[in-house]
Design a protein around this ligand. Structure first.
Ligand code: NAD
Length: 296
């Protein structure tokens, strides 16, 4: 059984980016710069953004963290995004989701200039991805592709099953795995909340590659796994646990202990896809810096 260790795969991506950044600096150029907007003080969002900023530092990128309180208006956020769009020293912009209920997520995402949309959520970039054009791939599915690439996992001709159809993970993942591209060319089944459980089990049992993004801790059990499958667990849920130092533990969507008895390879949680999402984000920021993706 192979542990698909996100620490190892993301370190390789980051080392290569650091080399590129060092070469840029040696040539007297500025480094890529990521601007992150964080609204409110949601614990998980704080952790994710802090980690993104820290990873920027580790790869020699510049970063800025722009904070707003929960009561920020949509107009204020849009004004900040307009300013970042116009700032030629900012290459990538990310707005940490979720946003407070009074703010329309889609309006905010669509306000980010597609050339700076390093999370890959803008409809223009999603459209380009669907058509197989060069673009920013949404950071989490991109991270999964980088993980598959790092560990030389063949997807061509395989049956890949994706559970979960969100715009940021499941749906783009299913499109990418079925596309004519490296880490693509699979036959893909996409399951979601309306897939009856008995049906879902039958489908996941046929998965050579199983990607799970539902947000339900330990949703996938041994009986749902094909022997020898590759399991990619995207789920991250904080589960209360009084015995844990922070009062909670991070759980994935796959029962890891059961999965390792049947699968050929499994991503751990934490230490798997989460780290690769950041690697995907950093690669997108470098791509934004190079500014060439609409020109090749
Ligand atoms: P979401 O809530 O937007 O979507 C969940 C999906 O699961 C939906 O499409 C729904 O149809 C499906 N679903 C729900 N119940 C189901 C069931 N019983 N059977 C089959 N499908 C079912 O979630 P999301 O934003 O895609 O995130 C999913 C999980 O991934 C969460 O735990 C989230 O925290 C995590 N996540 C991790 C990363 C990372 O970097 N590792 C990034 C984004 C999200």
């Amino acid at each position: 059984m192979l542990v698909l260790d996100g620490k190892i795969a993301s370190a390789a991506v980051k080392a290569s980016l650091l080399q590129q950044t060092q070469a840029l600096k040696a040539a007297g150029k500025r480094a890529p710069h990521l601007a992150a907007i964080l609204v409110g003080n949601n614990g998980a969002s704080e952790t994710y953004v802090a980690s993104k900023v820290k990873n920027c530092e580790e790869t020699g990128f510049g970063s800025s963290l722009i904070r707003f309180t929960d009561d920020v208006s949509e107009a204020e956020l849009l004004a900040e995004i307009a300013e970042l769009n116009a700032d030629s020293n900012v290459d990538g912009i990310l707005v940490q989701l979720p946003l407070p209920k009074h703010i329309d997520d889609e309006k905010i995402i669509e306000a980010i200039h597609p050339d700076k949309d390093v999370d890959g959520f803008h409809p223009t970039n999603i459209g380009r991805m669907v058509q197989g054009l060069d673009t920013f791939i949404p950071a989490t599915p991109y991270g999964v592709l980088l993980m598959l690439e790092h560990f030389n996992i063949e997807t061509k001709g395989k049956h890949a099953v994706v559970v979960g159809r969100s715009n940021i993970v499941g749906r783009p993942m299913s499109i990418l795995l079925s596309s004519e591209r490296p880490q693509g060319n699979a036959s893909v089944s996409l399951c979601h909340r309306h897939t009856p459980k008995e049906e879902l089990i039958k489908i996941t049992q046929q998965a050579d590659i199983l990607v799970v993004a539902v947000g339900i801790p330990e949703f996938i059990t041994a009986d749902m796994i094909k022997p020898g499958a590759v399991i990619i667990d995207v789920g991250i849920t904080r589960v209360e646990d009084a015995t844990a130092k922070k009062g909670f533990r991070i759980k994935g969507d796959v029962n890891y202990e059961q999965a390792i008895t049947k699968a050929a390879a499994v991503t751990p949680v934490p230490g798997g896809v989460g780290l690769m999402t950041i690697a995907g984000l950093l690669k997108n920021t470098m791509k934004a810096y190079e500014g060439k993706f609409y020109h090749n």
